[in-house]
Write a protein that binds this ligand. Structure first.
Ligand code: ADP
Ligand code: ZN
Ligand code: MG
Length: 490
């Protein structure tokens, strides 16, 4: 067991602190608008600017969303939640304290089922889910620092995991899967570049069986890939330091993407330094049973559960189900199309392959989400129906799909206006089939002798002669009839 290649000497512990910006009309303790990208210092008021004598009042919408996340993370909900002041001085926080939760957050002791690379899942314990206010933004320009308080007081939900993750890759997967979940819930847009999902990554290593080591915390991780890279860098650094007989200092480190390194930012303060105490201007929050029950009732089906249901209920494969449920909008779209014709048992498979293939290709090119595109479930169903009824070929169907996206028109109108449904009728196809087969008697003979693959040659010729408008199934059927009867004798 001494072989270092098969057994690592150290055990790794990773815990994440994930912050998400909640989607609400107004800020968490005042009536200012909660939007991204406004002119600096236009969404501010005495409350979020920390003027003396003002009083915060709690935004119920933010509370609802906090509970949604806590429930989705299987947390125990404290019967009383308490807001506390976290005291520190920094110019982006005009009150010199942040209203947060400490001893009694909304949710504690939950878990998240992390799907691992091998398809199995592992429970990652959630320490707590708490609501707080965001700070303003400091913009450094040359020797000047400017302050924008639009973000100050916007609702931020922090999710703290226990140190249950063991690799950078797992931490990345956690953030991706968690992001998907909170987007499903509709509580945040989860945009990491705009900072509406931020993550600090804590890591330590220690000899096996010795428990947690001394941790470092990495910040400035504004993409899930950076989380993985920063953690892998830190794990290597910890290993080197400890192997050389030195000790790791508990500190906060900044990830620098350009050099792919972390560097020390500050030695980490402990929670003692923040002198938390209950916020005197906000009473403890006692959620009513009915209020919580209504939230629970309205929780959407989460992506992992929905994926498994899609496989069971619609008989589609794992990969398709994974694709369809990656975004709620796509999953909803799929189900709406399928519900359009529940009698057709092959419809789910067809819809799944159209959405993951033809449709997704167009969405990728335009950078649009399906919900903002001009394709509606009704329009897709109508294309598929026309194909099913042989009104158009699959090839024309694809063309119509492209035109729906481009022109924002109904497929029936596109087909009618462009004369796309005037494919050749059966007798006309048979005439074309006859001519082509008669012109190539050797190929026909070879097929009769068993070279069945060569039928593809005829298919191609007939498709070309009918400009792709004829139904391939029909062509194939007529071709076989014609070839079987042998050369015309006259
Ligand atoms: P702090 O007081 O420094 O904020 P917390 O105990 O609140 O530390 O934990 C913050 C995060 O760091 C959590 O996600 C937790 O799982 C993780 N963490 C705590 N201790 C360790 C450790 N020794 N090694 C790795 N991660 C840790
Ligand atoms: Zn305000
Ligand atoms: Mg902490």
């Amino acid at each position: 067991m001494k072989n270092s290649k098969t057994k690592a000497k150290y055990q790794t512990f990773i815990g994440l602190e994930v912050h998400i910006h909640l989607i609400t009309e107004s800020k968490v303790f005042c009536g200012c608008r909660n939007v991204f990208g406004s002119e600096p210092n236009t969404n501010v008021c005495p409350v979020c600017m920390g003027y003396p004598g003002v009083l915060p009042s709690l935004n119920e919408e933010a509370v609802k969303k906090a509970y949604q996340v806590a429930m989705a993370l299987n947390c125990h909900l404290n019967e009383k939640a308490v807001f506390e002041r976290k005291n520190y001085f920094y110019p982006d926080m005009p009150k010199n304290y942040q209203i947060s939760q400490f001893e009694f957050p909304f949710g504690v002791d939950g878990y998240f089922d992390l799907e691992l690379a091998d398809g199995s899942t592992r429970k990652i314990r959630i320490h707590d889910v708490h609501l707080e206010e965001d700070a303003g933004k400091m913009i450094h320009e040359g020797s000047q620092s400017k302050l924008d308080y639009n973000r100050a007081g916007t609702p931020l939900l922090e999710i703290v995991t226990e140190p249950d993750l063991v690799t950078g890759e797992e931490a990345e997967a956690f953030v991706q899967q968690f992001r998907q979940m909170v987007r499903y819930l509709g509580v945040t847009d989860g945009n990491m570049e705009e900072g509406s999902l931020r993550c600090d990554a804590n890591v330590s290593i220690n000899e096996f069986g010795k428990g947690l080591g001394t941790k470092t915390e990495c910040k400035n991780l504004n993409s899930s890939r950076f989380i993985k890279k920063a953690l892998e860098y830190e794990i290597k650094r910890h290993t080197k330091v400890i192997n050389s007989g030195d000790t790791i200092i508990q500190e906060t480190r900044l990830w620098d993407e350009s050099s792919s390194k972390t560097s020390s930012m500050r030695t980490k303060e402990s929670s003692n330094d923040y002198r938390y105490f209950p916020e005197p201007d906000l009473p403890p929050y006692w959620p009513e049973t009915k209020f919580l029950a209504d939230i629970k009732e309205s929780l959407v089906e989460l992506p992992g559960i929905r994926k498994n249901r899609f496989i069971d209920e619609y008989g589609i494969n794992q990969q398709q189900a994974l694709f369809l449920t990656s975004e709620k909008s796509m999953a909803d779209f799929f189900e709406t199309v399928v519900e359009g014709d529940i009698e057709d048992k092959s419809l789910p498979g067809t819809v799944a392959s159209w959405l993951s293939g033809n449709v997704q290709k167009i969405l990728n090119n335009s950078g649009q989400g399906i919900e903002e595109s001009s394709l509606s479930p009704r329009r897709l169903l109508s294309i598929l129906n026309m194909i099913k009824k042989d009104k158009i070929s699959t090839g024309i169907g694809k063309k119509v799909l492209g035109l729906v996206f481009e022109a924002d028109k109904d497929p029936e109108d596109i087909v009618k206006n462009m004369g796309l449904d005037e494919g050749p009728d059966e007798s006309e196809i048979f005439r074309i089939v006859s001519d082509i087969v008669d012109a190539n008697p050797k190929v026909a003979e070879a097929i009769r002798d068993g070279a069945d693959k060569q039928i593809g040659f005829f298919m191609g010729q007939v498709m070309k002669a009918t400009s792709g408008k004829a139904n391939p199934g029909k062509i194939q059927k007529l071709l076989r009839e014609k070839i079987l009867t042998g050369p015309e004798k006259n």
